[in-house]
Design a protein around this ligand. Structure first.
Ligand code: SF4
Ligand code: SF4
Length: 604
């Protein structure tokens, strides 16, 4: 049966991959001359999408209905400036079937980076082929066997252990980020209100977010938390020192309330963050106030409660990173648990020569997941036996840990997947009306948007997931397994796909807008400075036409990881064997369907 599934999956994947590759190499066709009047206004093209046949040459007659805009076709050198009151003609050859994206290339207001339009070139069967590829890969992944791989301790390399156990090291990581943080808040408050020209929005939502989602989380899990400047002032104040270890605390050291000892506060914050995402990411002042607010809450909680309550329970970004860090190929764990069993002081948890674990983790007590480990290295410095290891491991290893799966983490995982899809639609899609609804431009529209967004991410996707759990239980013939347990545990399987989806989304936001980074470095406040001569940097990254391919690759890797994790998880919840294989079908089908949803959006 397994072999049959692998063969069927491989054939399906090949059937999807071959037309995709040959379509890419197809000879340009010759067709009609097509003229299209295109009206440009803040922040959409009208019509937002047109459909032509492969080989057609599309000549746009472009007019602006408000300010000066630009018209640039991604992945080509075709670009024009559209002044109000003047018609500009631009010809775009639609040589091959697929999709061509164009965007505004002159900063025109807050939503400028997301002002895009699309030419769908018929016959566009690419969503179908990419869907077949996803389905085939899903089938192969569902039949594969996960082998446990060896884990290498990076701290076996002595210079690294030496470096990580120096107290000034973490300070050296945080200090430059604190400087950037201060500049971000300052730029947000005193700089231009145009997001694309302000250091605050560009640095936070392009540079930092891109680095976080595309590199730090997938490779290092919570590595960012080791250098995050937000909790630093509160921590330094509560400890009464910047670098050295000092006994006692300046803070009150109260216990955090038990009912809030979970990720629900972070879940709430994360939901608000993604709901207001378009406003936050395009308004420098909102970005600055948000970050300053985070720092203020972190400061107060440090002084009132014990350890890093903000990072453990409250930080919305921490909730996101924590859940995704379970998929990362890096883990900090105790080296030899037998040494820990004999260890009397348990300094990693209680403190000793260094501070106790700021998030109440206990490496010596069998720390099993990355979720709450900030990689702050205190336990490394505290352990008198050098028994803490920093290991490379297979991707997604924590998702196989059956013990301790929780509803709050499961809901964060589902929220992240739903919001990846919602934000892809809002920010990457050509539909101006969704953008203006999400941009707080009208009271009624914003209420409607809030209802739609909340319904989709809090009820729609979780509802489908619940249905999948019920079907899994029914197909597996296991009515005794509580549905709530299946809902929670199966949700961990979506984490790799969800991370892949956020990476695919982030790539499409960051790459076309990369030129704004050198610009704001020279002119952080948008006041016309040119400190480093980079204020006029322009960027046309030719391979942008290949963006959907990179997105597809990220989605497929995520799908693969998710289905593999689902296979393990279902075996834990519904038992191994034929029943579990039947129980896997609805969960794997949902994962493939969601992947196809993204594929349809990016290729269709
Ligand atoms: S201090 Fe070291 S040896 Fe003791 S429990 Fe913690 S990791 Fe284990
Ligand atoms: S003390 Fe150790 S276990 Fe605790 S957050 Fe820091 S690195 Fe992670």
């Amino acid at each position: 049966m397994r072999r049959l599934t692998v063969i069927a999956g491989a054939i399906l994947a090949l059937a999807g991959a071959l037309p995709l590759l040959t379509g890419l190499a197809a000879e340009p066709a010759v067709g009609r001359e097509v003229e299209v009047p295109l009206l440009v206004g803040k922040f959409a093209f009208s019509p937002p999408r047109i459909s032509v046949a492969a080989g057609d040459r599309v000549t746009f007659r472009i007019r602006s209905r408000d300010v000066t805009h630009g018209f640039a076709v991604e992945g080509t050198a075709i670009e024009a400036t559209v002044l109000p009151g003047r018609e500009v003609r631009v010809t775009v050859p639609a040589e091959r079937a697929g999709k061509i994206r164009y965007r505004c290339s002159v900063i025109c207001g807050p939503l400028h980076p997301f002002m895009v339009g699309e030419i769908v070139v018929r016959p566009n069967l690419w969503p179908l082929w990419a869907g077949a590829l996803a389905l085939g890969m899903g089938l192969v992944a569902s039949a594969g066997v996960t082998r446990s791989a060896a884990r290498a301790d990076l701290l076996g390399w002595r210079p690294l252990r030496w470096l990580l156990t120096r107290r000034p090291f973490q300070f050296a990581l945080i200090a430059p980020n604190l400087f950037a943080f201060t500049l971000i808040v300052l730029a947000g408050v005193v700089g231009t209100a145009t997001g694309a020209a302000n250091f605050a929005t560009i640095f936070v939502w392009l540079a930092w977010w891109g680095l976080l989602i595309l590199l730090l989380i997938p490779l290092g899990g919570r590595l960012w938390c080791a250098m995050c400047p937000i909790p630093a002032p509160g921590e330094w104040l509560a400890r009464g020192t910047l670098v050295e270890h000092r006994e006692g605390s300046v803070g009150l050291g109260l216990n955090w309330p038990k009912p809030l000892q979970n990720l629900w506060p972070a879940f709430g914050g994360l939901f608000l963050l993604v709901l207001f995402g378009l406003v936050i990411t395009t308004r420098p002042l909102v970005t600055a106030l948000l970050l300053a607010g985070f720092a203020a809450v972190a400061l107060v909680t440090h002084l009132v409660f014990e350890r890093r309550v903000f990072c453990r329970y409250l930080c919305p970004v921490g909730g996101l990173i924590g859940v995704y860090s379970m998929a990362a190929p890096l883990e900090l764990r105790a080296g030899d648990l037998e040494v820990c069993r004999r260890c009397r002081g348990k300094a990693c948890f209680r403190g000793g020569a260094a501070y106790p674990c700021p998030t109440f983790q206990f490496p010596g007590g069998g720390l099993a997941r990355n979720t709450y480990c900030l990689l702050c290295t205190e336990c490394l410095k505290a352990c008198p036996y050098d028994n803490v290891a920093l290991r490379l491991r297979p991707f997604g290893a924590d998702l196989h840990v059956a013990r301790g799966r929780r509803a709050d983490e499961a809901w964060v995982a589902l929220l992240l997947l739903g919001t990846a899809l919602a934000h892809s639609l809002i920010k990457l899609g050509p539909w101006g009306w969704i953008k203006s609804w999400a941009n707080f431009e009208g009271g009624v529209e914003f209420v409607l948007y809030t209802a739609l967004f909340s319904g989709a991410v809090l009820a729609g996707l979780p509802g489908l997931h619940l249905l999948g759990a019920w079907l899994s239980r029914t197909l597996a013939g296991a009515p005794h397994v509580p549905l709530g347990r299946l809902f929670v545990e199966h949700a961990y399987a979506v984490i790799p796909l969800s991370l892949g989806a956020w990476m695919a989304f982030t790539l499409a936001v960051v790459l076309p807008n990369l030129s704004y980074i050198p610009r704001v470095v020279s002119d952080p406040f948008g006041w016309g400075w040119d400190l480093f001569g980079t204020r006029a940097t322009t960027w046309t990254w030719m391979p942008l036409g290949l963006m959907p391919w990179a997105q597809l690759a990220l989605l497929l890797v995520g799908l693969w990881g998710s289905v593999r994790a689902a296979r393990r998880i279902v075996a834990q919840t519904l038992g191994d064997g034929a029943a579990a294989r039947r129980g896997l079908v609805p969960l794997a089908a949902l994962l493939v369907a969601v992947t196809w949803g993204f594929v349809a959006l990016y290729f269709g």
